[in-house]
Ligand binder design. Structure first.
Ligand SMILES: Cc1cc2nc3c(=O)[nH]c(=O)nc-3n(C[C@H](O)[C@H](O)[C@H](O)COP(=O)(O)OP(=O)(O)OC[C@H]3O[C@@H](n4cnc5c(N)ncnc54)[C@H](O)[C@@H]3O)c2cc1C
Length: 419
């Protein structure tokens, strides 16, 4: 596998040069970890079906590099990494294996939520999230009848999260089911979206509550069999009279869902964009290797104009998506998640996750018949690419949110002009 693209891509070089020496050293170490440990384990990772078949030895060197807690604040034992560093690291991880990128990055989204835990629990959770390979965080929002509705504003109280959290003395009691929850069987802590007021819209009636994985009453459905990113596991989770103290609420009571539509998810959307770029880069690198080795018509196939044109188109797409995501990452580092327009991160995510499908498909075509065969690289990459259009809501929903936000801004401006 060549590293040619990394060293020839101007926006990517610029991003690496923007890092300080310590971060650049980490990125180099991540690249070596990916090349030496993750890439050779790709087939094993693609064969994961449940917790028992997850090769924990593959993630251990990454944990030793501090990757599990990269986004955590230094007082929580993390590195407080910038958005640019998180993006470059996750791009490398996804270049190796998309599920491994999920393994590490899924914890990063909890870096703000752990700060709201009671101090003793916060210490315990952050220590295990940092060190224990089997201890992960999980975000439990989606329900069997509630998917996209959690990502849209509605005044109807019957839409959005329905899993119930009832107050009983100084405890919450949770009852209900969540579906397709990433890391479920490996999670030491769940951040559960729970209905604390059924009579009002979800926007003001859902609270995020931390539920430790060893709480009585948690059980799981069987793992889902999925198209791609197979080393990241999803199951349904049942909460049956699960009791946790009232101060385990990690959002303002009633305001749990508003964070999913505002700044709190900006960093995660951006990380998803860089994951798509990582998978696309892997596909481009496979294609470059192949087109500079395969001979047809008496010459290396890149010498056929159509093939070179296809490679060039892939590179243009990659550079454009990278530049977009990098620009948003820099803005995020400058102004912080509360100030950054959430549409900026949605746009970068949608753009990169649509691009990766086109690039992986082009790579598959360039490998001819072998492109579809397992073991040649592109067959796994196209499957992985096709799973990336579900981040925080589906891509159509994110586009709809961007269009709505911009239209409302125009209307607000018009109203203020009239006044
Ligand atoms: C690999 C993977 C990992 C996941 N991990 C987690 C996790 O860790 N935690 C978690 O809580 N959830 C998780 N999910 C669930 C994910 O968040 C949902 O799949 C997503 O929110 C979409 O919900 P849905 O699947 O119910 O689709 P639906 O909401 O049923 O949507 C079906 C289709 O209808 C469209 N649609 C829906 N509503 C509208 C509308 N109002 N206007 C226009 N079009 C609409 C959608 O775009 C989509 O195409 C995961 C999903 C996947 C695939």
């Amino acid at each position: 596998m060549t590293n040619a693209l990394r060293w020839n891509s101007l926006p990517a070089d610029d991003a690496v040069e923007s890092l300080d020496d310590r971060d650049r050293l980490l990125l180099d170490a991540v690249r070596s970890y990916v090349d030496e440990t993750v890439v050779p384990a790709r087939d094993e990772l693609d064969a994961v079906i449940d917790r028992d078949s997850f090769p924990i030895s593959v993630v251990k060197p990454g944990i030793d590099l501090g990757l599990k807690s990269l986004a955590f604040a230094s007082e929580d034992g993390g590195r407080g990494a910038s958005a640019v560093l998180l993006g470059l690291v996750v791009e490398e991880l996804a270049r190796g294996d998309l599920g491994i990128a999920y393994y590490f990055k899924h914890n990063w989204r909890f870096s703000q939520l752990v700060r709201r835990l009671p101090p003793a629990l916060r210490r315990d959770v952050t220590k295990q999230l940092r060190q224990d390979p089997w201890y992960l965080g999980a975000s439990a929002i989606t329900e069997a009848n509630v998917g996209s509705d959690n990502h849209l504003l509605s005044s109807n109280p019957e839409l959005g999260v329905q899993l119930e959290a009832r107050r009983d003395g100084d405890h919450w009691v949770l009852n209900g089911e969540k579906v397709m929850i990433t890391n479920a069987t490996m999670a030491g802590i769940y951040f559960v979206g729970a209905r604390t007021d059924p009579g009002v819209p979800a926007e003001s009636g859902v609270t995020l509550i931390a539920v430790p994985g060893d709480t009585d009453g948690i059980s799981f459905g069987p793992p889902y069999r999925k198209l791609g990113q197979r080393s990241s596991i999803q199951t349904d989770v049942h909460f049956d009279n699960c009791r946790v103290p009232l101060d385990y609420a990690v959002s303002e009571v009633g305001r749990g869902l508003s964070s999913t539509r505002t700044g709190a998810n900006t960093g995660s959307n951006l990380v998803n964009a860089f994951m798509s770029i990582g998978v696309a880069r892997a596909a481009y690198e496979v294609a470059l290797d192949w087109c500079t080795s395969r001979v047809q018509g008496g010459s290396l196939i890149y010498q056929h104009q159509l093939v070179a044109h296809q490679l060039g188109s892939m590179r243009v797409e990659l550079d454009a998506a990278f530049s977009h995501a990098y620009c948003v990452a820099r803005a995020l580092d400058k102004v912080g998640p509360q100030e950054l327009d959430p549409a900026a991160a949605w746009a970068a995510n949608v753009s990169a996750s649509e691009m990766v499908v086109r690039v992986a498909r082009a790579a598959m075509e360039l490998l001819g018949g072998r492109g579809m065969m397992a073991g040649w690289g592109t067959e796994k990459l196209i499957r992985d690419a096709l799973t990336l259009q579900h981040g925080f809501g589906t891509n159509p929903l994110m586009l709809s949110n961007i269009g709505t936000l911009d239209s409302e801004r125009v209307l607000a401006r018009r109203r203020s002009d009239v006044r």
